[in-house]
Design a protein around this ligand. Structure first.
Ligand SMILES: NC(=O)C1=CN([C@@H]2O[C@H](COP(=O)(O)OP(=O)(O)OC[C@H]3O[C@@H](n4cnc5c(N)ncnc54)[C@H](O)[C@@H]3O)[C@@H](O)[C@H]2O)C=CC1
Ligand SMILES: CC(C)CCC[C@@H](C)[C@H]1CC[C@H]2[C@@H]3[C@H](O)CC4=CC(=O)CC[C@]4(C)[C@H]3CC[C@]12C
Length: 438
């Protein structure tokens, strides 16, 4: 079913809720917000005194202890992080997660081609937030942003499986951009680099082999032809090969790569597109993929949390974690791409028609090929970029799921958000998005 990435109508979602946008309500479950932590720090001496009566022997001791406390906290808040692509879907969650969950942050630099207006609200907090408008393909811009950073989280990338950008541009951003980030770390002396890779560096491959609940060591023939996975695979390889290179000052560069499966959650553009497509079709979507095809999905908040944790622990366990890859996973259920989306679209009033695909696979392939042909023919006049093309069809129609605990073993990762919470947050976002658009 060709789905255009445009158009917008109000829908049943919006009629149910009248709440603030998800950006305003962003918080982490069961954890103190960073601001609250900072506030807590200010009162630490009193709370601490209750717990440690021996220290309250005299006012002098109390004063000394307070001084020590302040020195510790100044010492603790010393790190400079840089997030490339920090205004993207994932990048924004990483930025917000860092501000909430990384108490040692002194400065957070956000580097992106397009800066979001929401950055302004972050500038009033205790951490210095520096927004840098820049292009990862420009080595000098990257080097200037990286200089003085302790950790770089490189999420910037051109995510295009719809043929919007040329293969050259995808390569330039994803591969050359990553090279620039690595070289900037080496030249300026930044020691820790986390790269946002993708499950796509593994598969599904062009032969459509299933990857059923595999892990980082599962053998799989990773063969790519499409520019996006090829570029991600090359960039990941560059990042991993750079592990151990000497950076300015003589210390070794420590790198690792995170491979999310299909990310979902607040801000997910494709989910938004599919929702509006469903509305245009009278609240219905038509099943195209057999329910038995499993597609790996992971909640954006958990992917962000994994980035924060991996960046922190990379500094503690460089020998174990340097040069490693980790799939991003959580407790999201194994389902087909369409059935999974219905977890959110269903409560927004959409219905998936059919227990089996309504069209035979060969016909879908034909439609996908037609779309590709149309895209090529229309290119001089307009950009025709429907969701259905031969590549996306193959992606959706090939089982690819992960089952691993490597991140838990190596750096103690546990999902921060349960499946229920992830689902609720995503539904709330869709409802809020729709009501704010009406
Ligand atoms: N969305 C998904 O399901 C998955 C995404 N990933 C990876 O996660 C990362 C983030 O992806 P999303 O947040 O989904 O994409 P996104 O398109 O929302 O975010 C990418 C960000 O990078 C920025 N960017 C693009 N080109 C740039 C350039 N030349 N210089 C500076 N900034 C540039 C964009 O402005 C954008 O803010 C990407 O590296 C992607 O490959 C990996 C697995 C799954
Ligand atoms: C009925 C249609 C054929 C359904 C089309 C769905 C597709 C648009 C999506 C199916 C699988 C998605 C991709 C997958 O989740 C893995 C990804 C990893 C990334 O690193 C980037 C995004 C993506 C390629 C994702 C893109 C949309 C799908 C192809």
């Amino acid at each position: 079913m060709p789905v255009e990435h445009s158009g917008h109508q109000g829908g049943p979602c919006g009629k149910r809720v009248g709440e603030e946008g998800w950006r305003l309500g962003w918080s982490v479950p069961g954890m103190a917000r960073r601001e609250e932590q900072a506030e807590g720090d200010n009162h630490l001496s009193l709370a601490g005194n209750e717990r440690r009566p021996a220290l309250v022997a005299s006012l002098g001791t109390l004063g000394l202890w307070l001084q020590q406390d302040m020195a510790d906290s100044a010492q603790a808040q010393k790190l400079v992080y840089l997030v490339t692509g920090g205004c993207g879907f994932l990048g924004e969650h990483v930025v917000r997660m860092l501000l909430q969950q990384e108490p040692r942050l002194r400065e957070l630099r956000i580097f992106d081609l397009h800066l979001g207006p929401w950055l302004e609200e972050l500038k009033t907090g205790p951490v210095q937030v520096t927004a840098i408008q820049g292009d990862v393909t420009q080595a000098h811009e990257v080097a200037a942003a990286v200089a003085g950073a302790h950790v770089v989280i490189h999420t910037a990338g051109l995510v295009d499986v719809f043929g919007k950008a040329s293969p050259e541009t995808i390569h330039e951003v994803n591969v050359q951009g990553t090279k620039n980030v690595i070289e900037a770390c080496v030249q300026t002396g930044t020691q820790f680099l986390v790269y946002t890779s993708s499950m796509e560096v593994v598969g599904p491959n062009i032969k459509g082999h299933p990857f059923y609940r595999g892990n980082e060591d599962t053998p799989y023939e990773a063969v790519h032809r499409h520019p996006y996975p090829s570029s991600k695979a090359r960039a990941e390889q560059l990042v991993l090969e750079a592990n151990g290179r000497k950076v300015r000052g003589g210390l070794p560069l420590v790198t690792c790569a995170l491979r999310p499966t299909g990310i979902y959650g607040e801000g997910h553009q494709i989910m938004r597109d599919i929702y509006y497509q469903g509305l245009r079709l009278g609240g219905r979507l038509f099943r195209a993929i057999p329910a038995s095809v499993e597609h790996g999905r992971v909640y954006v908040g958990n992917v962000a949390w994994m980035h924060v944790l991996v960046a922190r622990e990379l500094q503690q366990r460089p020998a174990l974690m340097g040069g490693q890859v980790y799939f991003c996973y959580d407790k999201s259920p194994y389902k087909s791409y369409e059935d999974f989306n219905m977890e959110f679209l269903g409560p927004c009033g959409l219905r998936l028609v059919g227990t089996r695909p309504l069209l035979p696979y060969w016909l879908l392939m034909l439609l996908a090929a037609l779309n590709a042909l149309l895209q090529w023919l229309l290119r001089p006049l307009l950009l025709y970029a429907p969701l259905l093309n031969p590549y996306t069809l193959a992606m959706a129609n090939t089982t690819f799921t992960v089952s691993t605990n490597k991140a838990q073993r190596h750096f103690g990762y546990e999902p921060l958000f349960s499946w229920e919470e992830s689902r609720t947050r995503t539904i709330r976002w869709m409802q809020a998005m729709d009501s704010s658009a009406q």
